[in-house]
Design a protein around this ligand. Structure first.
Ligand code: WT7
Length: 655
């Protein structure tokens, strides 16, 4: 925002603590919104009844006998019921005469495209289900999927769901080691992969990593390979099978069995810390119910007219719930994009919005801040007037990023739904509703109907308005994780031991004077400076609110005087130049002036890049290693392991 007046950052910052901006829903959207205020009343009057009503959105082959069996902390939903997730996502729409509706407008990074209707998808899924069966994959078997963002990835997932095999998608950017540990833990017998995919303007390979990971893992019987890029691959006769050889010759009919509501649907490993990754288990009926409901409710989806786009990878839960299961169960038309946002140019996302007339877009704050850094001139070149709802997910959205998103992408019109949830929750839990909630920059606002979330203090007591604490969930919800694959004790210990009888997601939160919720990041990321708790999120938002800062990451480093001291790493906006000592001083003062002197960073380093996981989360643990002059911890889930080393050297030189 080149023309941003200098004063604006300061004005914004005072809003950070006491956010006064509030955006009412547009009148036309509100009048016709899928969810009205009575949904909250209905759910609080009878939560289980509310979820039963939502479960009826789906096609059940056998009705449930019990809504909820709750043996804390183990929940079972819609027990006795039987359904097939693939039938719900595909066949149901074709049977209802909607086979010609587009399920996916797929766009490859090089610009190749495929239009896949629900009828096409049904044929593809049935063929793939038959092929999996021919390869000896049966109900309950685990299938690893290590793929680029191509339609076959969705087809493979749904084919598993159809036959009752449990899919375990590993993000295509993960290393051999990450793939290997996930194969071991899940004991997958098949890996579905491709020769490669397109990223940053060139083919990247996947098959060599699979070859290496599978070499010493005899439990993997076959590797099913989609040809995407046409690059040369090594071939292991007897083990490797081309997708086009086995899938294409299958019949397009497949009789789907109905599975128990609690039949495992998938395992998704949560993104890396130093500990062994946790295989989060989701099952069928409850998961599909909440994912389907939230996709319809939170995005105000009108399946006949909307074009929905989750700009995330299928390799993380956002893609599972809001590229695959949510949109397809609702019969929506989605965009699916293979590549990076700056290939071949920095306006690629907005070009896609214009081309397909995207009406609802959902992405992560990290992407939004990157777009801010590139500048508003890129979106300005495209017609974005089709957009009517914008979503954010993955981390707290800084008020400044929220304002940029609303202004430069949403044309100042669109509500922004800041959706808080986790791999473990399976679906959105806390969010504004676009037709009823006033949007407040930076706040996730309210639990959805049927979810009982609260903010509590150290001892588990609800905090009054205006206070901070920990977010907890008081009652089971349909899409909750059913456990950690193979480790029930770890499940209890990780999520249910901090507060008696409450689910603890691990995030800090506050309840503002209006009673609305603000998520403040992982509690591990809270700093203790001279006896004061300061959240990394608040300092980062303060920095991002400065006109020259595009992105900021903050960590606490041990300090002999203050216990912990605040160390910040900032990326400048394109037009801000190199920075220099003057700017660093100004930024330190800027934070101090508005959050209080206690929050003044001890050090600020201007950097070109920040260490991020593949899902776009800043790895503050590594920044802490840098700030405390330690050897770097595990970097295997980083997008770019080199950049953290460069950053470390720069930090050491800065003294
Ligand atoms: C963690 C879960 C949600 C799917 C993608 C990430 C953080 C997520 C928000 C938000 C503040 C958020 C939390 C949460 N987070 N969305 N809207 N506001 N924080 O899934 O990798 O399991 O990460 O992401 O810290 O616990 P995940």
């Amino acid at each position: 925002m080149a023309e941003t007046p200098q004063g604006q950052g300061q004005e914004t910052l005072s809003n950070l603590l006491q956010e006064s901006r509030s955006f009412p829903p547009p009148a036309d959207l509100a009048a016709d919104a899928n969810v009205q205020a009575d949904a909250y009343d209905a759910a609080s009057a009878d939560r289980l009844r509310f979820w039963e009503d939502q479960a009826r959105r789906l096609q059940w082959e056998q009705p449930w006998s019990n809504v909820l069996d709750w043996n804390p902390p183990f929940a079972e939903w819609f027990t006795g019921g039987k359904l097939n997730a693939a039938v719900n996502c595909v066949d149901r729409h074709v049977d209802a005469g909607r086979g010609e509706r587009v399920a996916f407008h797929w766009e490859g990074e090089p610009g190749d495209t495929r239009t896949i209707t629900y009828a096409d998808l049904k044929d593809m899924v049935c063929q793939a289900a038959n092929a999996l069966t021919e390869l000896g994959v049966g109900k309950g078997d685990r299938v690893a999927i290590y793929m680029p963002m191509i339609p076959e990835t969705v087809v493979a997932m749904l084919a598993c769901a159809r036959i009752g095999a449990v899919h375990m998608v590993v993000f295509g950017g993960f290393s051999v080691d990450a793939l290997g540990t996930r194969l071991d833990d899940s004991e997958a017998k098949l890996v579905v992969t491709s020769d490669g995919g397109y990223r940053r303007g060139k083919p990247s390979s996947l098959k060599p990593a699979v070859d290496e990971a599978v070499r010493d893992r005899p439990a993997v019987e076959n590797v099913l390979v989609v040809r995407r890029t046409g690059q040369d691959v090594e071939w292991n006769e007897g083990r490797d099978v081309w997708w086009h050889d086995i899938v294409d010759r299958q019949p397009t009919e497949h009789a789907a069995e109905a599975h128990d509501s609690e039949h495992p649907l998938y395992i998704m490993y949560t993104s890396g810390t130093t500990a062994k990754p946790k295989g989060i288990l989701h099952t069928t009926g409850g998961y599909l119910t909440q994912v389907s409901y939230t996709h319809w409710a939170v995005f105000d989806l009108k399946p006949e007219t909307d074009v929905f786009w989750t700009a995330a990878d299928i390799g993380w839960v956002t893609g599972h719930s809001y590229i695959v299961y949510g949109p397809l169960s609702n019969g929506a038309t989605s965009v699916m994009y293979e590549g990076t946002p700056d290939t071949p140019h920095k306006g690629r996302f907005w070009e896609i919005v214009q081309k397909y007339g995207v009406t609802i877009a959902y992405m992560a704050p990290t992407a939004i801040r990157t777009f801010m850094k590139w500048g508003e001139e890129y979106p300005a070149q495209f017609d974005l007037s089709s957009l009517r709802v914008l979503g954010s997910v993955g981390e707290p959205i800084n008020p400044e990023a929220y304002m940029w998103y609303r202004t430069h992408i949403g044309g100042g019109r669109t509500p922004i739904v800041d959706t808080w949830w986790q791999t473990e929750t399976g679906a959105i839990m806390v969010t504004p509703m676009p037709g009823i909630t006033h949007g407040k920059p930076g706040a996730a606002m309210q639990p959805i109907p049927g979810v009982d979330a609260d903010v509590v203090d150290e001892s588990g007591e609800s905090v009054p308005r205006g206070q901070g604490g920990f977010i907890v969930i008081r009652e089971p919800w349909p899409s909750m994780l059913r456990g950690i694959w193979g480790d029930p004790e770890r499940y209890k210990k990780t999520y249910w031991s901090r507060f008696d009888g409450l689910y603890f997601p691990g995030d800090g939160a506050k309840r503002d004077e209006d009673g609305d919720l603000w998520l403040l990041g992982r509690v591990d990321d809270v700093m203790l400076v001279s006896g004061h708790n300061i959240s990394t999120t608040e300092v980062e938002s303060a920095l991002v609110a400065h006109a020259n800062v595009a992105e900021a990451a903050v960590t606490g480093a041990s300090d002999p005087v203050t216990g912990q001291a605040i160390v910040a790493f900032v990326i400048l906006r394109s037009e801000a130049g190199e920075g220099g000592a003057g700017l660093v001083k100004e930024l330190r003062e800027h934070v101090a002036a508005h959050l209080g002197p206690i929050a003044k960073p001890r050090q600020i380093l201007v950097v070109p890049e920040l260490p991020k996981t593949r899902s776009g989360k800043i790895m503050r643990r590594l920044l802490k290693d840098v700030a405390e002059n330690r050897e770097l911890g595990d970097v295997s889930t980083l997008t770019d392991a080199q950049s953290i080393q460069t950053l470390q050297e720069a930090f050491q030189e800065s003294g």
